[in-house]
Design a protein around this ligand. Structure first.
Ligand SMILES: Cc1cc2nc3c(=O)[nH]c(=O)nc-3n(C[C@H](O)[C@H](O)[C@H](O)COP(=O)(O)OP(=O)(O)OC[C@H]3O[C@@H](n4cnc5c(N)ncnc54)[C@H](O)[C@@H]3O)c2cc1C
Length: 397
């Protein structure tokens, strides 16, 4: 295993760094670095710049129109974008496109892939339901075939960005009998279809990213079925594997450490230094070291030392470790904010806000990070479920 970047990787890093430095619009960078809320248009703007460069869909091989990067190159790209303050690339692009390439009909590929690549259509993921999150196979949203259509009834929940979405890739139950996993299908649903209602779910930080989606006799053409009827579980697992490769979070941890440094630097002027400040600095250095250790573990996994069964356990371990680190970092952020952080104002994160921010701009952003990041141990497979995978595949329990 080689932990030091080779000449090719160093050159690749420089080219990505230069590209981002030249192409990332300053107002977008400012918005990200001050942790203002991003709008759909902000993501689309950055995505279009990336697509123009041929880098949209960093996980895609060349034959799918992607850049054909290996895992180390993807990590470098991700890291450079995060550290420079770029908006994240929309994860759904990396999820639905590989599915369409592998399982989609020629007509589906023709209709959707290029538009996804350019983020001309925004997609959301309709998997989870009330009572069917970790135990996804128990989902109840029903699709009944009537002639050339499926009639869909039921509910999805926690659907990220459904209120911005043009399309949803959705798991539905197409047979009331048989093994739960063998009666699920994968449908593409136009979000403008009559009978489909989106309702907001407001998060702890006051943001509207999540939604509930209700289906009331929603008519979906049969040509929007991906793969075979009742093959949805296989497709869903294929897609989740792509989702989980994105969750190691090295770039994000580096961005968080930058943020904490901004909060700690002013404290260094205090003389004599209060014991509480010394403790914050110690915690910062501890997390910095743990982030380096995490990065080395990620590199070890990416360099292919772990294969087969252990690779799935490795992905789970990385997700657990990454989310633990992110939560420890955001907890340190809120402690750095101190009493100023108690006056968190959600509305001040909107671009249009020009009023006073009671606790100050930086402190408001630090607390917002803390509140927002409680979610990371839940989405993409909860920590407990990841631990089950490790226990089963690695420890044989
Ligand atoms: C911010 C955010 C964004 C999301 N975006 C989307 C999205 O866009 N699309 C989508 O489909 N879903 C989305 N989700 C849903 C997410 O996938 C689910 O929340 C997740 O799968 C957990 O399901 P649940 O919420 O139903 O919790 P449950 O599965 O009910 O779990 C509740 C608790 O029980 C524990 N638990 C469950 N099963 C076991 C077990 N076998 N062993 C030990 N402990 C267990 C869990 O770890 C958890 O602590 C999102 C969630 C969040 C928080």
């Amino acid at each position: 295993m080689e932990l030091i970047e080779n000449a090719h990787e160093r050159a690749f890093r420089s080219s990505v760094r230069e590209f981002v430095a030249n192409k990332l619009p300053q107002d977008l960078r400012d918005k990200v670095q001050s942790f203002k809320r991003l709008e759909r248009a902000d993501y689309v703007r950055w995505h279009s710049i990336i697509a123009e460069q041929g880098w949209s869909g960093p996980n895609w091989p060349r034959e799918y129109g992607g850049p054909g990067w290996n895992a180390i190159e993807r990590k470098i790209f991700d890291e450079e974008c995060f550290v420079a303050g770029a908006p994240r690339l929309i994860p759904h692009v990396n999820m639905i496109c590989p599915v369409l390439h592998r399982y989609g009909s020629p007509a589906q590929k023709e209709r959707f892939i290029d538009r996804i690549y350019r983020l001309q259509d925004w997609w959301c993921q309709g998997y989870s339901e009330p009572g069917a999150g970790s135990d996804l196979a128990s989902l109840k949203t029903r699709a009944v075939r009537e002639g050339d259509h499926y009639i869909v009834n039921g509910q999805k929940t926690w659907t990220t960005w459904a209120h911005w979405a043009d399309w949803m890739f959705c798991l539905v139950r197409t047979s009331p009998t048989g093994k739960p996993q063998a009666s699920i299908s994968f449908l593409l649903i136009d979000m403008k279809t009559p009978g489909l209602t989106v309702r907001p779910v407001i998060s702890a930080d006051g943001a509207h990213d999540l939604n509930e989606v209700f289906f009331d006799d929603v008519k979906v053409p049969v040509e929007n079925l991906v793969g075979e009827e009742n093959q949805g579980w296989t497709i869903a697992k294929f897609l989740l594997a792509h989702e989980r490769t994105d969750l190691a979070g090295v770039g994000l941890c580096k961005r968080f450490l930058q943020f904490i440094r901004r909060a700690i630097v002013p404290l260094l002027q205090e003389q004599p230094r209060p014991a509480a400040t010394t403790r914050l600095i110690e915690r910062y250095h501890q997390l910095e070291m743990e982030a380096v250790a995490h990065e080395w573990t990620v590199l070890r996994v990416l360099s292919g030392d772990d294969r087969g069964e252990t690779a799935s356990a490795a992905a789970s371990i990385l997700k657990i470790r990454s989310t633990e680190l992110q939560q420890a970092m955001t907890a340190l952020m809120v402690d750095c904010a101190g009493p100023g952080g108690m006056r968190y104002l959600s509305a001040a994160r909107e671009e249009a806000w020009h009023g006073e921010i009671p606790g100050g701009d930086l402190h408001n952003a630090l607390v917002a990070h803390y509140l927002d990041w409680r979610k990371v141990t839940v989405f993409g497979g909860t920590t407990e479920v990841q631990k089950n995978i490790v226990a089963k595949t690695l420890l044989g329990l």
